[in-house]
Write a protein that binds this ligand. Structure first.
Ligand code: ADP
Ligand code: MG
Length: 258
């Protein structure tokens, strides 16, 4: 059985009598423990799909199965780091990281006991009692990711978590994320519009076309793990990059062939 199945999910927004097709019928089968990316231009429905999986938005059609069970409209079944998942500025890093546990009703003491070793192990030792503004962008993203992880669901949705970081920090964060993923054995769904990021991180990449969002292709990444900077020099890496570039290029509106 697949960990997560997206079956014929579509979303049409209606506003003042105008319909916008955000996502046309989409199907995905995500195996347990895989790192799967969604790549596509801005506005192709990536965040919409995540909001549907997370139960925040009802689709116009279709089902989302988690371990075979339909979770449409159910919140809290997956960990979700939103595209602009900001830390609360008035809370310390520790208090931000335990937010999800607090919402779940775990006591503050137990939450802290679970969070502190993670903060130490994953590069935030000494910053527990700092406020978000005192940290670098990369460190803030670490904290936001650890918060999502501590929420403790098997499936984690990450919506462009590194979009705002500079190239060097981004590479560091990607390696850091892969470490966490292999330590915790989560199933990860990751949105990006960066081809290199998608290849470097993923086992599978779904390529989406622009409005209305539609699945264009699924690309399997058979690169050895652990991934390292040298991975990006392999012939297979370059081939994958060319393949995805072509897929995205074909989507220029004038050249579109249905
Ligand atoms: P992406 O994350 O791929 O950039 P989104 O999922 O945010 O794309 O948006 C997909 C399309 O749906 C866009 O055209 C966007 O304007 C539209 N859209 C998103 N949310 C809403 C909403 N609440 N109401 C109306 N249209 C929306
Ligand atoms: Mg988005």
């Amino acid at each position: 059985m697949y960990k997560l199945e997206i079956i014929n999910i579509s979303k049409i927004f209606k506003k003042n009598g105008v319909e916008t097709i955000a996502l046309s019928e989409t199907n995905m089968k995500i195996p347990k423990g895989k790192f799967v990316s969604l790549i596509g231009p801005s506005g192709c429905g990536k965040s919409t799909l995540f909001n549907i999986i997370a139960g925040l938005l009802r689709p116009s059609s279709g089902e989302v199965l988690l371990d075979g069970e339909n979770i449409i409209g159910k919140k809290g079944c997956v960990g979700y780091m939103l595209q602009k998942d900001l830390l609360l500025p008035w809370r310390t890093i520790l208090d931000n990281v335990i937010l999800g546990l607090e919402i779940k009703g775990v006591t503050k003491k137990e939450s802290e006991e679970r969070a502190i070793p993670l903060l130490h192990r994953y590069g935030l030792k000494g910053f527990e009692h700092h406020y978000p503004r005192e940290l670098s962008g990369g460190m803030r993203q670490r904290a936001a990711l650890l918060r999502t992880l501590l929420y403790d669901q098997d499936v984690i949705l990450l919506d462009e978590p590194f979009g705002a970081l500079d190239a060097q920090t981004r590479l560091m964060m990607q390696t850091w994320l892969l470490q966490i993923w292999s330590d915790f054995k989560k199933t990860v769904l990751f949105v990006t519009h960066d081809i290199d990021e998608a290849i470097y991180l993923s086992d599978e990449i779904y390529v989406l076309s622009p409005r209305p969002g539609r699945l264009k292709a699924k690309v399997t990444v058979n690169l050895p793990r652990p991934r390292e900077e040298q991975t990006m020099l392999l012939d297979e890496y370059i081939r994958l990059k060319q393949e995805i570039l072509e897929l995205l290029k074909e989507e220029e509106p004038l050249k579109r062939v249905e």
